[in-house]
Design a protein around this ligand. Structure first.
Ligand code: NOJ
Length: 560
């Protein structure tokens, strides 16, 4: 397997609005990021993925871009951004920027031109269709509720928006639009950035005829994923982008891709095919959703499903493509609340989850606050929530369809994206030290207990556990390049696997429960006198082949 820096790297994701505010306006900003770079250096990460900092009216917090070449006023100026890049590079940290080109903002100049008349040269930068039998052109549902089409009176046609109506989809069929995007990417690469994280990049090629989606339940709208995910020209576009732009730089590219399989993941990331470096996929994130339902229709996770899914990707991609490893990002609830125990075993379960993930193959991503075990939040009133996805869903279910408010609030507590977007908790001062003003979204009240300062003062904290995992990845090539074998597949509480590389082996055992399950290694798999590489408990009962596990215990043995 070819060795590359981005396979060996650990990425830290910054969601700038919630990271650190330097000027007291309640909104995180670039100077705030600069002030925390030494902290990231201490953690040991190699790359920062920065969620969008471009000009935006913030209908979807920067994922609706109105000017791809300028910095959002609330975040600072281009010279702040340049200073940030320089300061990152001075610390050996690379910068990966977010690239949001499935759609723009409706306030982008292209859209203003496009909507102005049917024969404007920019008309085809977006996807316009006339009404069909007095209705929307098809029955596709927006990811953020309601129809994916918005009627525009100026020209008497509808435009497609897979996300909010302020995020019109760009038309990749149009060669001129593609050229504009490649030029814009080149603009940022020439400023010295180290790569792109590409927002829903596998949505950019739509089936030309935009057919109605199957709708067995006869709902007003239905998700049309099969007609825009991994669409007919997607590989052609990515190969073109690679040829025209990416191949000219030594950069890291990661494609956010809902609805991909490992086989498709290989098509996107096989080095010979010249598309992207790695995928960021969601199969494991959907396992606590009722089959065929939306993310809000939750069910408890069955650990066996999680093991099967992650193992399928580990084995399927090995030697053929490359994957990302993550539990959190700005769209997901906090993992310690989701699949750990944020009440009784917050520290133990956060460390167990970290170890279980970081010992796998792929490039690990740490989302801001994960490294101190930040938790989900429970705001009492819907008015305290800010995320457009949550608010649209609430409106549809509670206001329009009169569903039970408490049940809907409960699904927001479990799945809402604002769980990840409360301010980073830096210390125990008001608002967790995030701002001297009023934060744009309230801090999680547990900041007085859970914060960076407290974590840095405690040698046994989650922070130092992450630091150790990052260090181990640098010291042991097996963690990056080794093969993967799932064991004890049917065990409902223990996630265990073996890695192997050049005669060396690792045994990873992780207890996903607050119980004391018995671990028993199947005969004949491993022998010798292994050392414990890392664990979240300081003393260990039994042996690597037989023991009773502690609540949320993780152990990693190394056989050399
Ligand atoms: C995926 C991003 O991660 C999410 O935050 C955003 O709302 C959608 N894409 C639309 O850009």
């Amino acid at each position: 397997m070819e060795k590359t820096w981005w396979k060996e790297a650990v990425v830290y994701q910054i969601y700038p609005r919630s990271f650190m505010d330097s000027n007291g306006d309640g909104i995180g900003d670039i100077q705030g990021i600069i002030s925390k770079l030494d902290y990231l250096k201490e953690l040991g990460v190699d790359v920062v993925w920065l969620s969008p900092v471009y000009q935006s009216p913030n209908d979807d917090n920067g994922y609706d871009i109105s000017d791809y070449r300028n910095i959002m006023d609330e975040f600072g100026t281009m010279s702040d951004w340049e200073e940030m890049l320089e300061e990152m590079h001075a610390r050996g940290i690379r910068l990966v920027m977010d690239l949001v080109v499935n759609h723009s903002s409706d306030e982008h100049a292209w859209f203003a031109e496009s909507r102005s008349s049917k024969d404007h040269p920019y008309r085809d930068y977006y996807i316009w269709r006339p009404s069909k039998e007095g209705r929307e052109p098809n029955n596709w549902e927006s990811v953020f509720s309601g129809s994916a089409w918005q009627f525009d009176e100026a020209t008497d046609e509808y435009y497609l928006h897979l996300f909010t109506k302020k995020q019109p989809d760009l038309n990749w069929e149009n060669e001129k639009l593609r050229r504009e995007i490649y030029d814009m990417m080149t603009f940022w690469l020439d400023k010295g950035i180290d790569g792109f994280r590409m927002d829903v990049i596998n949505f950019i090629s739509k089936h030309e005829s935009l057919p109605d989606a199957p709708n067995p339940e006869n709902k007003p709208f239905a998700p049309g994923g099969e007609y825009f995910m991994n669409g007919p020209r997607i590989h052609e576009y990515l190969q073109e982008m690679n040829r025209e732009v990416l191949s000219k730089y030594d950069v890291m590219t990661v494609g956010e891709m809902p609805g991909v399989s490992p086989d498709e993941g290989i098509l996107y990331t096989d080095r010979e095919r010249n598309e992207l470096n790695m995928v960021f996929q969601f199969e494991h994130m959907d396992l606590d959703t009722q089959p065929g339902k939306s993310k809000w229709d939750v069910k408890p996770l069955d650990l066996r499903d999680l093991k099967r899914s992650l193992a399928r990707w580990q084995v399927g991609m090995h030697g053929k493509g490359w994957n990302s490893l993550y539990w959190n990002n700005h769209d997901q609830p906090r993992i310690v609340s989701r699949w750990g125990d944020d009440q009784n075993y917050r520290v133990e379960s956060a460390k167990m989850l970290a170890a279980c993930l970081h010992m796998m193959q792929g490039t690990p991503y740490i989302y801001q606050g994960e490294e101190i075990g930040m938790t989900n939040v429970r705001f009492e009133a819907i008015q305290q929530y800010k995320d457009v996805e949550t608010l649209n869903m609430y409106k549809e279910r509670v206001i329009e369809n009169k569903q039970d408010t408490a049940a809907v609030m409960n699904s927001i507590y479990i799945k809402g994206r604002d769980n990840a977007r409360t301010p980073v908790q830096w210390d125990d001062r008001e608002n967790g030290g995030f701002t001297d003003g009023t934060p744009w979204i309230e801090a999680n009240p547990n900041y007085s207990r859970i914060n960076v300062k407290e974590a840095l003062d405690d040698q046994d904290s989650i922070f130092y556990f992450y630091q150790k995992l990052i260090k181990l990845r640098k010291e042991h090539e097996i963690i990056v390049y080794g093969s993967f074998q799932l064991i004890l597949e049917e065990d409902p509480e223990i996630f265990a696997y073996i890695r192997e590389y050049n005669g060396e082996k690792l045994l990873v055992m992780a207890n996903f429960s607050g119980n004391n399950p018995d671990f028993r290694l199947p005969d004949g798999l491993l022998e010798g006198n292994p050392e414990i590489l890392v664990s979240n408990y300081s003393d260990h009962s039994g042996t690597f082949s037989e023991c009773k596990m502690r609540p949320w215990e993780a152990r990693v043995y190394r056989f050399s």
